[in-house]
Design a protein around this ligand. Structure first.
Ligand SMILES: Cc1cc2nc3c(=O)[nH]c(=O)nc-3n(C[C@H](O)[C@H](O)[C@H](O)COP(=O)(O)OP(=O)(O)OC[C@H]3O[C@@H](n4cnc5c(N)ncnc54)[C@H](O)[C@@H]3O)c2cc1C
Ligand code: SF4
Length: 509
């Protein structure tokens, strides 16, 4: 017996030195367990770059903890002691070290939370599951916020978070006199604008090792391993964020909804993968953005837009996730059943916008929000794709994808599959929207101006066909009523051409 007091389990998205489980521990008496697990790498077939990123960040974090004086048992995926699952790995560690207690910070997703909850009865030692205080709003505080509300709109939740944190507040008033500057954040980008690239960090020896391991074990997963430029340590992630604040934040608001051929990142921060595994602190990054605004280095529409994404949307979708799980993943309000087309994996499609979004997803494990929402998400909803396999696709292909944040974005925001719990209307758009916000249509084989026919942009007929198919479910929505009336004004022959064009295109998938 080694005399371990507590066994502290640190999960792959808990790479934060101030984590609640670590804060209760003492390096003199306690032992940390971290493990690269086959079950976790394969419960969906994650993008290769995502696996390499997380394993490398975990290995670097284990080194950081050792330097801070902790005893860390780090089990590599291909180690002899690797057990493949959380439960088997912890059972083995309990047998070996016989700790008095197991300490773990709560899991971010439902599936893992159920595994942890089972240990109370399965293992011979008490298990303490501590709150994850890296979030601003606990699941129970979010539940309280929902009590008595007819609608759970993000905007009102966000205002409470502004008041709670004091971010961008002048006394009890929002800075600039308005809570939300979104109306200023819809400029289409000009391809000639200077686009700063996110900071890139060449793979070190640890990352090269995990790249080789990932290729050997998960070579048939989706995605390219190289080029690999993500930060894998806190220091580098912080440097990447600092560079964003300096070079891209000033334009973040203006071009938040824009899309440009060959420019995957535009003025986005590309930090969700760092925030979600614990390398960056959500409140800390918001404070830096507020400081940039207060010192005149970034305009208010950019600072407010950025802060709203983090303390608004990010916290709000987590609240919805825990409010609605289990079962939220099977939501299908619109009754969609079509299988996911192959081009979500191959990028082999004539639709230039979809091709661009899937190609960069394959190459970078990244697409920005409007590509996820208005290209791949919008297409799936218009085409009637089953939201469940689509959710699995989003969960596997992005380096930042964890179910607590991906699922409400997919099921609620992009597919309207929860019937409007999260989104106030379906995010459905025809080619005209994509043409306004991007330059994809210029190089596309389809004609964005045509509504029907074999050369017409498929988004057009699919959009109107969607409106017609779901009119019963959407016409009572005040934000959709006008669109339904427009469809009704098309004559019968045009409505038939729309149905035929949509059917022909869907048959070709
Ligand atoms: C269908 C779909 C699936 C998505 N899946 C994920 C996912 O798995 N993981 C994930 O972190 N985000 C997801 N998002 C939200 C958003 O698209 C990403 O957070 C963002 O694109 C990440 O890029 P960025 O860091 O450059 O973000 P920026 O545009 O620079 O925004 C800054 C930060 O705000 C936060 N944020 C912005 N929008 C959202 C949002 N809607 N929900 C939650 N946080 C938000 C992120 O932490 C992001 O890093 C999804 C959106 C859609 C429509
Ligand atoms: S024409 Fe249609 S399919 Fe082609 S890029 Fe434009 S919106 Fe996409």
């Amino acid at each position: 017996m080694s005399g371990t007091r507590h066994l502290i389990l640190v999960l792959g998205d808990q790479l934060t030195p101030t984590l609640s489980s670590l804060a209760t521990g003492d390096p003199k008496y306690d032992r940390i367990l971290m493990a690269e697990l086959h079950d976790e790498a394969t419960y969906v077939r994650h993008h290769k770059k995502k696996i390499a990123f997380i394993f490398s960040a975990m290995r670097h974090f284990a080194e950081e903890l050792r330097t801070a004086g902790w005893t860390v048992d780090y089990v590599k995926l291909d180690a002899r002691e690797s057990q493949g699952s959380f439960s088997a790995q912890v059972t083995q560690a309990v047998a070996e070290h016989q700790p008095e207690r197991i300490i773990v910070t709560e899991a971010s997703e439902w599936r893992v939370s159920q595994i942890l909850a089972g240990w109370q009865t399965q293992l011979s030692v008490p298990v303490d599951i501590l709150p994850d205080d890296r979030f601003l709003c606990t699941p129970s505080a979010f539940r309280d916020w929902t009590e008595g509300r007819k609608q759970l709109r993000m905007e009102y939740f966000y205002r409470d978070m502004r008041r709670k944190t004091g971010l961008l507040m002048d006394g009890d008033k929002p800075a600039g006199g308005k809570w939300n500057f979104d109306a200023e954040n819809r400029k289409a980008a000009d391809a000639n604008l200077f686009m700063p690239r996110p900071s890139a960090f060449p793979p070190d020896a640890i990352t090269q090792d995990v790249q080789a391991l990932t290729e050997a074990r998960f070579g048939n997963h989706f995605g390219e391993l190289a080029p690999f430029w993500f930060a894998v340590t806190r220091t580098d992630a912080e440097a990447a964020f600092k560079a964003f604040v300096e070079h891209a934040l000033p334009h973040f608001g203006d071009y938040q909804d824009a899309m440009v051929e060959g420019e995957p990142f535009l003025y986005h921060s590309v930090i969700a993968q760092y925030l979600n595994c614990g390398l960056l602190d959500p409140l800390g990054v918001c404070r830096q953005v507020e400081a940039a605004y207060r010192s005149g280095k970034a305009p208010l529409n950019a600072a407010e837009g950025f802060i709203r994404q983090i303390i608004g949307w990010r916290e709000y979708v987590r609240g919805i996730y825990w409010l609605k799980m289990p079962g939220y993943d099977r939501s299908n309000f619109l009754g969609h059943t079509r299988p996911l087309p192959d081009f979500y994996w191959t990028a082999e499609t004539g639709m230039a916008c979809v091709k661009a979004a899937v190609t960069q997803t394959r190459d970078e494990a990244y697409a920005h929000h409007i590509q996820r929402l208005m290209i791949t998400g919008n297409f799936a909803m218009l085409a009637g794709i089953d939201p469940y396999p689509l959710h699995k696709w989003y969960l596997s292909v992005y380096a930042d994808a964890y179910e607590w944040v991906e699922l409400p974005n997919t099921v609620g925001m992009s597919q309207f599959a929860d019937g409007g719990l999260l989104a106030s209307k379906p995010y459905a758009a025809s080619g005209a929207y994509i043409n306004r916000m991007s330059n994809y249509c210029k190089s596309c084989q389809y004609d964005v101006k045509q509504r029907t026919g074999k050369d017409a942009c498929p988004f057009n007929a699919l959009y109107w066909d969607f409106i017609s198919r779901h009119r019963d479910k959407i016409s009572t929505n005040p934000r959709m009523a006008q669109t339904v009336r427009t469809y009704d004004k098309f004559n019968a022959a045009e409505q038939q051409r729309i149905r035929d064009s949509a059917a022909d295109f869907l048959a070709s998938l």
